[in-house]
Design a binder for this molecule. Structure first.
Ligand code: TLP
Length: 341
């Protein structure tokens, strides 16, 4: 089985399992789990923030972070296709009472877009109080922000008096692809979230980073959302192991994705510009004269290649810890055979 549906499907390695097995634990609701503390301290240090909080998932991390930044009735400005509003089950509206104003294209937006979207105080309208960024951008194709463009847009948001959130689910992929440290990417933001359970290969867990006051508030929200756990050092140990051993290797996933993209682009029926693949995510489209995305995903699955279909003609393939170069070669060959037959 060559599972390219997502980098969330990774299996913990033997060494990671060993680190989990011997983890020192305590009741984290009492703040007594030493392994969780170590993970939170490392996360705060890596993002250059005062404090951090371990939570079960990236979705919970984003929604708690937004909950610390905005009040019910506020509006969050966000790029097209962003996870925070498109893939979190409506949680922004249902749990935080937020509405979203979507700007830019393909997940990207500019300082001018931010200024145009901001509305000065007016009791007829929802206050625009937060701008949320995503780096790397999943639905946009795993691209990495240009640091200058990101800084321009965050500066524009600050000049309007808005607060800033970064969904950095794959921020370590951004670090490895750009050679720019996570701390630099995180610098303009009030809250930064990242996932341990994607390319980093841990079985679960995400972290929210920010200043002491905001992380204090995040503790309350985590309790309200039902995300406060007990002897959770077992999972934090996997996260620590991932941060210590699985960051540099993300470069292999990026190289595999580039190789796979080049091969896919040569298959008749696939529309893909390989140069747009910057990290471990490939989105590609199908021409109208071949089978549709769901049918291709089904035919591929029957031959052991798992992809995510989205809409009628769009598919995603994601490389990760459990995908080798040979897997990419085999997957491209199988997709080629299906599409050409
Ligand atoms: N993304 C998942 C799916 O939900 C789409 C995936 O397979 O890519 N931010 C970003 C940018 C994400 O891509 C994801 C997960 C999350 C947040 C949420 O993480 P989890 O799944 O831990 O809630």
């Amino acid at each position: 089985m060559i599972d390219l549906r997502s980098d969330t499907v990774t299996q913990p390695t033997q060494n990671m399992r060993q680190a989990m097995a011997v983890a020192e634990v305590g009741d984290d609701v009492y703040g007594e789990d030493p392994t969780v503390r170590r993970l939170e301290e490392l996360a705060a240090q890596l993002t250059g923030k005062e404090a951090a909080l371990f939570v079960p998932s990236g979705t919970m991390a984003n929604q708690i972070a937004l909950g610390t930044l905005a009040q019910a009735g506020d509006e969050v400005i966000i790029g097209t296709g962003s996870h925070c509003y498109l893939y979190e089950g409506g949680a922004g509206a249902a749990l935080n009472g937020l509405q979203f104003q979507v700007i830019g294209s393909n997940g990207k937006f500019t300082a001018d877009d931010v200024r145009a979207a901001y509305r000065p105080d007016n009791h007829h309208q929802s206050p625009t109080t937060v701008v949320a960024f995503e780096n790397t951008h999943n639905r946009g194709g795993g691209w990495v922000w240009d640091l200058n463009e990101l800084q321009d847009a965050t500066t524009a948001a600050r000049e309007c008096g808005m607060r800033l959130h970064l969904d950095g689910a794959r921020i370590f992929n951004a670090q490895v692809a750009s050679n720019i440290p996570v701390k630099t990417w995180a610098e303009p933001f009030d809250t930064v979230t990242f996932c341990l359970s994607k390319g980093l290969g841990a079985p679960a867990g995400s972290v929210i980073c920010g200043d002491q006051g905001r992380i204090h508030r995040a503790h309350r929200l985590r309790k309200m959302f039902g995300g406060a756990m007990r002897q959770i050092g077992i999972l934090a140990a996997a996260g620590l192991y991932a941060l210590e051993h699985h960051v540099e290797r993300l470069a292999e996933d990026h190289a595999n994705a580039k190789l796979l993209a080049q091969m896919l682009a040569d298959i008749p029926g696939i529309i893909l510009e390989p140069a747009t693949v910057e990290t471990n995510i490939i989105w590609f489209n199908l021409t109208a004269d071949v089978l549709d995305a769901t049918a291709l995903a089904k035919a591929a699955q029957e031959r052991g290649v798992f992809l995510s279909a989205s809409g009628k003609r769009s598919l995603r393939a994601v490389t990760h810890l459990n995908i080798t170069q040979d897997d990419c070669l085999a997957a491209a060959r199988i997709l080629g055979e299906i599409l050409i037959s």
